[in-house]
Design a binder for this molecule. Structure first.
Ligand SMILES: Nc1ncnc2c1ncn2[C@@H]1O[C@H](COP(=O)(O)OP(=O)(O)OP(=O)(O)O)[C@@H](O)[C@H]1O
Ligand SMILES: [Mg+2]
Length: 364
């Protein structure tokens, strides 16, 4: 998959900007606060329908403007034009100029894997942030996952309301639980598959990046063991029933996929308690490279890799290691403030100057 062209209007500090991208490595070069990350944010939005750094979409609209428009020409066998309009009241998504009814139709048509310095918080943040990250990545390759998840969250809301009523309707709760459990079993299965696939590659990438042989893994303990469908359902049902009285007192559902978490491990210890800043960066990069493998495994297609501000924090040896790890035919966009950071790249690089909300291709 390739991004052939990207255009943004009234987006962040851009009025109207069009960029034709090269199939290989694209370097966005510019001083601080010129709009490099904004471009990657726009691409991430077109991939996931959300920003990677803020919750409120309207903040991405250029100051004093009414709406933003993002557009991308995706080359993926045939050409696909995807676009999004962000306005005060929400967003409109379009595929080849036809409006999209559900965002799940849109998510993942462009699949970008983004490394952002803000991701470094992932190790210490709340389980909710880690779950969100996992849900975004699985959702990009599996529409059915998004369906299960949204159905489960809807049922969970209903269950929590039922728990708040003065007279608990046990029969109603039984029905809700069964419906919820059906979704949860599938969610657990897909999450486990996701983590297992990442774990196949994590240590190897970490070693290639950092020349460190410490094993890296993600520990995910599913609510119930992966087994035949009926056995998983039975085991979840038992757990839910056991917790029902407690749930009634708490007036909320205390177990379920909405409480899932995973933990990055370095050997036998959580990354959050032993890894240095540099190691965390390498583990995160190893995770992003493993995500590429996951996407290829699930879709047969290479995603586009976006690396924001990664080079300046690496010593020259690690930079060379990273360049070696970049999958050969994966379109990549790298932002930097110093072109010197790219001097060890052994591949053709297309450079774009980013300055005060404008982008100019070197040589144009
Ligand atoms: N809604 C908005 N309207 C207008 N300008 C905005 C808006 N949101 C952010 N900006 C501007 O965008 C610029 C920041 O852009 P960005 O984060 O892409 O910088 P950058 O080039 O990545 O810098 P750095 O190298 O420091 O990371 C700032 O000048 C900021 O004021
Ligand atoms: Mg930036």
């Amino acid at each position: 998959m390739r991004i052939a062209q990207f255009r943004c209007r009234n987006f962040r500090n851009y009025s109207d900007c069009r960029v034709d991208l090269d199939d290989g490595i694209n370097v966005f070069l510019g001083q601080n606060a010129q709009g490099k990350t904004n471009l990657l944010e726009g691409l991430f939005f077109l991939s996931t329908t959300r920003s990677h750094r803020i919750h409120e979409d309207a903040l991405m609209i250029k100051e004093d403007e009414a709406f933003s428009n993002l557009e991308c020409l995706v080359r993926d066998g045939s050409d696909l034009k995807i676009s999004a309009v962000i306005h005060e009241k929400g967003k409109t998504l379009m595929i080849n100029r036809s409006a999209c009814k559900k965002s799940s139709e849109f998510v993942g048509l462009l699949n970008v894997i983004l490394f952002s310095p803000t991701d470094l918080n992932l190790f210490d943040e709340s389980p909710r942030s880690r779950r969100k990250c996992m849900d975004i990545e699985i959702g990009k390759v599996s529409k059915i996952y998004t369906r299960y998840l949204s159905d489960a969250m809807h049922l969970l809301k209903e269950r929590n309301s039922a728990l708040k009523r003065p007279n608990l309707d046990e029969a109603f709760l039984d029905v809700l639980d069964m419906q919820l459990i059906e979704q949860e079993v599938e969610i657990i299965r897909l999450r486990k598959e996701f983590i297992d696939l990442l774990n196949e590659h994590l240590s190897d990438y970490f070693m290639q990046l950092s020349s460190d042989v410490k094993p890296i893994s993600i520990r995910y303990v599913p609510l119930v063991e992966i087994d035949e469908h009926d056995k998983m359902v039975a085991s979840l049902k038992e757990k839910m029933l056991k917790n029902r009285q407690r749930d009634q007192i708490l007036q909320m559902t205390s177990i379920g996929v909405h409480r899932d978490d995973f933990c990055f491990m370095m050997g036998d210890h959580p990354v959050s308690s032993i890894a240095s800043q540099g190691q965390r960066r390498m583990i995160l990069l190893a995770m992003k490279l493993s995500l590429i493998e996951y996407v290829v495994n699930k879709t047969g297609k290479l995603p586009v890799l976006l690396l924001d501000d990664v080079l300046s924090e690496l010593d020259s040896e690690k930079r060379i290691n990273l360049f070696r790890c970049l999958p050969k035919s994966c379109q990549t966009i790298i932002t930097t403030t110093d072109l010197d950071d790219c001097k060890d790249l052994d591949r053709k690089v297309t450079v774009y100057y980013v300055e005060n909300g404008t982008v100019r291709k070197k040589g144009d």
